[in-house]
Design a protein around this ligand. Sequence first.
Ligand code: NI
Length: 166
Amino acid sequence: MAKRLPILVYPHPNLRKTAMPVDHVTPDISDLVDDMVFTMYEANGIGLAAVQVDRPLQIVVVDTSESKDSPQVYINPLIEESSGLQTTEEGCLSIPGFFEEVERAEVIQVTALDRNGESFTRELGGLDSVCVQHEIDHLNGKVFVDYLSRVKRSRIRKKLLKAKAA
Ligand code: NI
């Protein structure tokens, strides 16, 4: 049975960790993937990186479908090519309640392993592209507020620290 994992909230220092590649997609890794997908759905998110559940491994799950029944799994994801630009209002399960516009590539080509350890390459556009880029940032210790001005970021940081203390 998949379980809901606690999600780290910004500015938790572990969100700054760099994720390690997954050597082998063992049953433990598959279980973690299942727990991440479950956690993403429970939290009403469209993407989640393992770093956010305090497991600094290169694992990302995404589901941008309306029906929430099409989970995409990216293990050791690598963006091979990117083109164009798009600006989207982004949010993050680790930065609850804040939404800001971020500019990213429009189309990306990403290579990764799936839940069974099989390699695949996929071209992504629109929200899938934004989401995968956002999640890959997490694997590099980066969050979307890093793209904002220092003033905006500091305001969000203070509000979340205050909410935590309350
Ligand atoms: Ni996020």
